[in-house]
Write a protein that binds this ligand. Structure first.
Ligand SMILES: [Zn+2]
Length: 226
């Protein structure tokens, strides 16, 4: 907690004076670039690995970056509906990571009576096992929990498609879904390439390839009108 408090004081003293204008503009509304669904793990820091600023990302985080099917979890349903129907985000990213405690527990069947909530929540990641059966080469060479973690990203993307708002936006070409995976030791983000059936590092070439599949950027004014 001391680190948090020292950080607030440091921000107030060193950073805040230079960010007044930005936050004053953000107070008028948000138009985030994408929605990110990531794990709660403290080592996963999207603002660091994606170099994002306030206003760039609409984020929801939970244990295991899980998206229960539509209607099962009010919190997740509300976040996805708000992002797609109100903010009109055009891209949703589900981001898993290596050394995920939730995926380690899932792989080892390591949930106990002490954590019934955790056990119940992990049920929504069981679909990852079916993904691995269908795609046995996924995450080849990685530890079993990491392979399950990559499969879990794909399983949660399928769960997203159970949301009527997501289905409608996908059908209208207004939304794209992406699977990312943060490798902790490499400090590098991989993106799932459906054509290759595996995750590949988001270097300049891969970022250019993904961007080529995106529509031309709308002007900020056009985005606000939506
Ligand atoms: Zn995790």
């Amino acid at each position: 907690m001391r680190k948090l408090l020292d950080g607030i004081v440091k921000f107030r003293r060193d950073v805040r004076p230079g960010m007044h204008a930005k936050f004053a503009r953000l107070a008028l509304g948000q138009s985030p670039d994408a929605m990110l669904i990531a794990c709660s793990d403290s080592r996963v820091a999207p603002n660091v690995f994606a170099s994002t600023d306030p206003g760039d990302l609409f984020v929801t985080r939970n244990v295991g970056n899980i998206v229960p099917p539509h209607g099962v979890d009010d919190g997740e349903t509300a976040a996805v509906e708000f992002a797609v129907r109100v903010l009109g985000v055009e891209d949703i990213v589900v981001c898993g990571h290596s050394h995920c405690g939730a995926m380690g527990a899932l792989a080892a069947g390591r949930t106990t009576a002490k954590t019934p909530g955790f056990k119940g929540w992990l049920k929504h990641a069981e679909a990852a096992r079916a993904v691995l059966r269908r795609q046995p080469a996924l995450g080849r060479g990685l530890p079993e929990a990491d392979r399950l973690s990559q499969a879990n990203v794909l399983a949660q993307l399928e769960h997203l498609k159970t949301f009527p708002s997501v289905r409608r936006a996908l059908a209208a070409g207004r939304l794209r879904l992406h699977g990312w995976w943060f490798h902790l030791e490499r400090a590098e983000v991989d993106a799932y390439e459906p054509g290759l059936g595996r995750f590949v590092p988001v270097d300049e070439a891969e970022a250019a390839r993904i961007k080529a599949g995106l529509p031309a950027p709308a002007s900020p004014r056009a985005r606000r009108r939506r």
